[in-house]
Design a protein around this ligand. Sequence first.
Ligand code: NAI
Length: 337
Amino acid sequence: MINNIPTVTLLEGDGIGPEITSSVVKIIEASGVKINWEKMLAGKNAYEKYGSVLPDVTISSIEKNKIVLKAPITTPIGHGFSSVNVALRRHFDLYANVRPSKNMKGVVTPFNNVDLVVIRENTEDIYAGLEEKVDEDRIHGIKLITKKGSTRICDFAFQYALKNNRHEVTVVTKANISKLADGLFLNCFREVAKKYPEIKTREILVDNLCMQLVVNPAQFDVMVMPNLYGDIVSDLCAGLIGGLGLAGSANVGTNCAIFEAVHGSAPDIAGKNIANPTGLLKSAIEMLKYINKNDEALKIQHALEETISEGKILTSDLKGNASTTEFTDEIIRKMSI
Ligand code: NAI
């Protein structure tokens, strides 16, 4: 914070990252919010300059600022460096992944009343990477679930519900089969729920949840679940509102939060000025709320929704023919009306 202006570490990523980042920064500036952007490198670009995909200067910047706006970073498949995204989550213990899914006017989907939030545990489960080859025929993969990890994510979900004026938290498990691991998660949820009598609770098995979501998604509010179910269910929920390109997310820890789009670096359209910045913009809106710039966050959200619902100036993924720049400028124009 310099002169009451927050400093945010900005990771522009690669592929379409720089294009959508520049769009989002322009929109935030036009909303009236002042931010000192500290541009840092991660991924391929950082490797070329520092010999590391997550150099110490980037880590120090995040440790100091505690807030990051991050564009997608390419992860090579099968060879090369491992995921910067996973490394960031581990290093900063970003244990909560928050993925809101709400219908946007103008985006035609089978439903028009979706307004739910997936809270995914972000550090445990099969993502702990505990696998071993026993012999040629057998691999053991460990699903790690701990009392500490389950309790803190369930508590986060109830706190999120309180802060965001939500009324119900549903716990999602497969505790009928995974009696020990998912059973522990479920028990932790039940314990934590006792602290929040004002919030309704519900328990559901993940297979039933998936069926219910594609039949009647409006029945769900906040949902909390272990890592793997959260990974799958949050993409399903993005599909309910029109796809990954429209989804934003936050990775939150005790001392740090990273806001990022859900989609990847889209190398197939990089550099063409046709990428849709909406996913990163929605993440930035969550970031503005996180730093208590609620009015500006709402102003941007309304302008974005109006631009999309009007349907005149849209990028090609939304069946329009506008460039990233034209879409950005239209959102800015709408904010000034
Ligand atoms: P992707 O999400 O980059 O692309 C999938 C398809 O969606 C492509 O056709 C792409 O053109 C389109 N698309 C994605 N974002 C778009 C946008 N904003 N506007 C318009 N069209 C868009 O997924 P893909 O191809 O599997 O991954 C590419 C790279 O991104 C990989 O290296 C992957 O590891 C990385 N990745 C990084 C993430 C992150 O940094 N958080 C998340 C997901 C993937």
